[in-house]
Design a protein around this ligand. Structure first.
Ligand code: FE2
Length: 357
C-alpha cells in the first residue's frame, strides 16, 4: 500500500521538476480537462506575454460561450512542451509569436491541417502555412528606431548598413538569447548567405552595441540619448506613442529599397492531439474575421498595436499613422524555422552579446 501512495508523489515531483526545467510557472502548467466536460472549452498554449486572458480571447468567449484557458510560456519552451506531450497534449491551439517556431511545430507533425473556407478567404496565402497547419493572425515589424536629434533618416537604409563604423557606440540591440534577435538574423542568412551574414553581424559587434533585453527599454534609451539607434518591434513604439503622442523617437522602415522590412507574426494552429477540434477551428475563424482582426482593444492585432493579416481589416489608429512601407515577403514565413539553428550559431560565432551589457 505504501508503495502505491508514493508513486503519484514521485510522478508529481518528476513532472514538477520537468516544468521548472522548462521555465514554465507551475500554476499555469495544465489546463484542467476534467472540469471542462460540462461546457465547451478551448485550451491554448500561448507565447504572447500581454496578460493571460487577452481582451480578444474574452470577446471570443462571450460571443461563442466557449471557455478559453491559456497557458503561457516562452515560444521555444512551449514548443519543447508540445514535443514532450505529443498526442497527449492538453492544448488544442498552439500560438507562437514567431513563424520559425510555428514552422518547426508543423514540420514535426505537432499541428493538424485545417480545411476551412473562412480561413482561406480571410488570410492571404503569404500569411499561412502552405499545408494549412498554421495561420498568421497579426504582424509585428522589427526595424530601426532612431533619435531624430542625433540621426537624419537619410543616413539610414538597411539592417546590414548598421555594420558601418559610423555607428560605433551608437547602437542598442537585444541580446542573442531572445527569439526576436534570432529571427532577424535568420533573415540575414536567408538573403545574404551564412558567410556574408556573419560579416554583417561581426560589423554590428565591432560597433560595440549596448545590449538591452527589453524592446521598451531599448526605445527609452534611444529617447534619452543613451543610443542613437535601436532595433525594436514597432508596437513597443506604438505603446509609448499611445501615452505621449510626441514621444521623441522615430521609426525607420529598413530595407525598403531592397527586400522590404523584416517582420514576424503571431500565428496559431490546431494541435495534432486537440480534443476540442471544432472549438479550435472556430477560434481561428473568429480571430481571422473582421471582428477578431479589429484595430481596437477587442481585436487581436489591435490589442497589441500589431498589423492585421486580414487585408480587409483596418489597423489601429496609431500604427495607421506610420508612413507606408513594404514588408519583406521575399522570405517566406514557413522557411523561418529552417534558419534558426544557423542564426544562433552565427550569433555565437560573431561574438554577439548573449546577455545585457
Ligand atoms: Fe513582444
Amino acid at each position: 500500500m505504501r508503495k502505491i501512495r508514493f508513486i503519484p508523489l514521485i510522478i508529481g515531483l518528476f513532472a514538477a521538476s520537468f516544468f521548472v526545467l522548462l521555465g514554465i510557472p507551475q500554476q499555469e502548467r495544465e489546463p484542467d480537462i476534467a472540469e471542462a466536460r460540462g461546457g465547451r472549452v478551448l485550451n491554448i498554449y500561448s507565447s504572447r506575454h500581454y496578460g493571460a486572458l487577452e481582451e480578444p480571447f474574452v470577446a471570443f468567449q462571450e460571443e461563442t460561450g466557449i471557455e478559453v484557458r491559456v497557458s503561457q510560456g516562452d515560444p521555444r519552451a512551449l514548443l519543447e512542451r508540445l514535443r514532450a506531450e505529443g498526442d497527449r497534449t492538453p492544448a488544442d491551439i498552439f500560438f507562437a509569436v514567431d513563424a520559425g517556431v510555428m514552422s518547426l511545430a508543423a514540420q514535426e507533425g505537432l499541428l493538424r491541417p485545417v480545411e476551412s473556407e473562412v480561413l482561406q478567404d480571410n488570410i492571404p496565402e503569404s500569411q499561412r502555412d502552405p499545408d494549412n497547419r498554421w495561420f498568421a493572425l497579426s504582424q509585428r515589424v522589427r526595424t530601426i528606431m532612431y533619435n531624430p536629434d542625433a540621426v537624419d533618416a537619410s543616413e539610414l537604409s538597411t539592417y546590414a548598413a548598421l555594420a558601418d563604423e559610423k555607428w560605433e557606440g551608437r547602437l542598442c540591440m537585444r541580446p542573442a538569447t531572445h527569439i526576436y534577435t534570432v529571427s532577424l538574423v535568420s533573415s540575414l542568412i536567408y538573403h545574404h548567405g551564412y558567410d556574408e551574414a556573419l560579416e554583417i553581424v561581426e560589423g554590428w559587434v565591432a560597433n560595440n552595441p549596448t545590449y538591452i533585453n527589453s524592446d521598451t527599454r531599448i526605445i527609452e534609451t534611444v529617447a534619452a540619448g543613451g543610443c542613437d539607434i535601436g532595433l525594436a518591434n514597432h508596437y513597443y513604439l506604438a505603446r509609448l506613442l499611445a501615452e505621449d503622442a510626441d514621444y521623441p523617437v522615430e521609426v525607420f522602415w529598413a530595407n525598403q529599397e531592397t527586400t522590404g522590412t523584416f517582420y514576424n507574426v503571431n500565428a496559431a494552429g490546431v494541435t495534432a492531439g486537440a480534443r476540442n477540434y471544432d472549438e479550435a477551428v472556430q477560434f481561428l475563424e473568429y480571430m481571422s474575421s473582421l471582428e477578431g482582426q479589429g484595430g481596437d482593444e477587442a481585436g487581436f492585432p489591435g490589442s497589441n498595436y500589431e498589423f492585421p493579416t486580414n487585408p480587409e481589416a483596418e489597423p489601429n489608429e496609431i500604427i495607421g499613422e506610420f508612413s507606408a512601407f513594404e514588408l519583406d515577403l521575399t522570405y517566406p514565413l514557413w522557411e523561418y524555422g529552417d534558419y534558426q539553428e544557423d542564426a544562433v550559431r552565427l550569433l555565437e560565432e560573431a561574438g554577439y552579446g548573449f546577455e545585457e551589457s
